[in-house]
Design a protein around this ligand. Structure first.
Ligand code: ZN
Length: 87
């Protein structure tokens, strides 16, 4: 008999990945099984922004944060957010 897996990856598979925005730059999987998306800010030449599908948190300075800085912040959030997707 195969043991039941309790790994985070197995739990995450119970959730459906949201549709990918056309301008999606990066998508991180959170520890809660949700997703953090990185997309261009309103002024696409200046920066990027991130938002979490689980807890609805967003980046603080979307118009001034470059992708190189947003990447670390979004990944850090994904590594700590335990909110599960509600849809
Ligand atoms: Zn979150």
């Amino acid at each position: 008999m195969t043991p039941v897996s309790t790994s985070p990856a197995a739990r995450r598979s119970a959730f459906t990945q949201p549709e990918r925005p056309r301008d999606l730059q990066i998508r991180y999987l959170t520890v809660g099984g949700s997703y953090v998306d990185v997309t261009p800010a309103a002024n696409k030449r200046l920066g990027s922004r991130w938002h979490c599908h689980g807890c609805k948190a967003v980046s603080e300075f979307p118009d001034t944060d470059y992708l190189s800085r947003i990447r670390e912040k979004a990944n850090d959030h994904a590594g700590s957010c335990r909110a599960i997707p509600l849809t």
